[in-house]
Design a protein around this ligand. Structure first.
Ligand SMILES: NC(=O)c1ccc[n+]([C@@H]2O[C@H](COP(=O)([O-])OP(=O)(O)OC[C@H]3O[C@@H](n4cnc5c(N)ncnc54)[C@H](OP(=O)(O)O)[C@@H]3O)[C@@H](O)[C@H]2O)c1
Length: 356
């Protein structure tokens, strides 16, 4: 039996995780949380909002599935890493904002860190057990989102409902907007750097519209291995929850004979500057990725509220990064202070942009 704590149980990942848990008697849901939606009776222990580490202390899970959206998921990630509980991590913002501290906590705790992001789950499966010196580079694929192929000027008037119409993945609103700006792939680039210890110049992003190839690893002998599958999050959720068993899922096997289209293209960094901003913040290091993440959360919320134009998201992120320093944080308290400061500045910059 594996005792599972599911954080963010009411979200897109959370609901799919409930389906996986229900299908596997060896997975026992011992605790569940949401941000504000009532979840009485969903698990023996439930919590709505508040400090999620209190729920985890009470539940003593073997596996924490962190499917909270945003920086709010950071303390639970650190709790699991520090205690050596297995962490099935959907909340990519944790590793982006607190990567250095998280990796140190992971080493101290000694548990497993199993990414739920489909690209990182794929990369883990490709890299697992390979000597690091045989690996040349990692390629993360991006669908390109609903605005793929549009020029910067064609993005000026797009609305949140345009951005929420993702072509291949069905996800929560924040990550769907992140996919439309390509910030999602930028966050994933930083996440991959910390998960797999690869330098940024050995992680490439390519656009792959059908989202069938989730990641590809090039090896030093010229061979490349790719991970393929339908774009269905139940596969990486199940992989993380049942690791190393690779349990069955209801997802259909890939049918190559029906004609599989594997097209790739370079991302358009002029139309989608968030990807380049994330790469630069990752390379700068320190709290730059934390600031990037905080500014992005503020800007995406303003865009979803209809206050900020689509192109304003990258503007707010870029200007916030220019105003907030990037001294490394020593602990979670300092990290939270950097996050709060970046949010304060990003909120002010958003106000200025809206009233321009
Ligand atoms: N969806 C995907 O396919 C996908 C794929 C890869 C990675 N991810 C990552 O997985 C995470 C979750 O994504 P999602 O699409 O499932 O998001 P979502 O549908 O918006 O769900 C977010 C969950 O977090 C909870 N929550 C929100 N704010 C909270 C707070 N302040 N404290 C505690 N809980 C809070 C929500 O509760 P309420 O319902 O009460 O608001 C909900 O259960 C994100 O980090 C995302 O980047 C998602």
């Amino acid at each position: 039996m594996k005792r599972i704590a599911l954080l963010g149980a009411t979200g897109s990942i959370g609901r799919q995780a409930l389906e996986i848990v229900a299908a596997h008697p060896e997975l026992e849901l011992v605790a569940a949380s949401s941000g504000s939606t009532p979840i009485d009776g969903l698990a023996p222990l439930t919590q709505v909002g508040g400090d999620l580490t209190e729920l985890l202390e009470d539940a003593e899970p073997d596996v924490v599935l962190n499917a909270v959206v945003g920086f709010a998921g950071v303390p639970a990630t650190f709790w699991a890493l520090e205690r050596g509980a297995d962490l099935a991590l959907a909340n990519k913002e944790s590793l982006v904002a607190g990567g250095d501290l998280a990796v140190a906590a992971w080493k101290r705790g000694g548990g497993r860190l199993l990414p739920v992001d489909s690209e990182h789950s794929a990369a883990l499966q490709l890299l697992d057990g390979r000597p690091p010196d045989t690996v040349d580079s990692l390629v993360l694929t991006a669908s390109g989102g609903p605005f793929r192929g549009r020029s910067r000027s064609e993005l000026a008037d797009v609305t949140s409902s345009d951005a929420l119409a993702h072509p291949t993945w069905s996800m929560g609103p924040k990550i769907t907007v992140d996919s439309a700006t390509l910030m999602n792939k930028g966050l994933e680039l930083i996440e991959a750097h910390f998960l797999f210890g690869l330098p940024y110049d050995r992680i490439e992003v390519v656009v792959h519209p059908t989202s069938v190839v989730h990641a590809l690893v090039r090896f030093r002998d010229g061979a490349a291995l790719a991970h393929l599958g339908h774009p269905d999050m139940r596969v990486p959720i199940s992989y993380a929850l049942t690791y190393p068993e690779r349990a069955e899922t209801p997802v259909e096997p890939l049918d190559l004979a029906t004609g599989l289209i594997l097209e790739f293209e370079a991302p358009d960094l002029e139309a989608f500057p968030c990807l380049a901003l994330a790469r630069a913040a990752g390379e700068t290091g320190g709290t730059a990725p934390c600031v990037l993440n905080a500014a992005n959360e503020v800007a995406v919320a303003a865009f979803l509220d209809g206050d900020l134009p689509f192109l304003g998201i990258a503007d707010v992120v870029e200007r916030t990064l220019a105003q907030v320093g990037c001294t490394p944080a020593n602990d979670l308290t300092e990290l939270a202070a950097w996050d709060a400061e970046a949010r304060r500045i990003a909120t002010e910059l958003t106000r200025q942009l809206v009233h321009q």
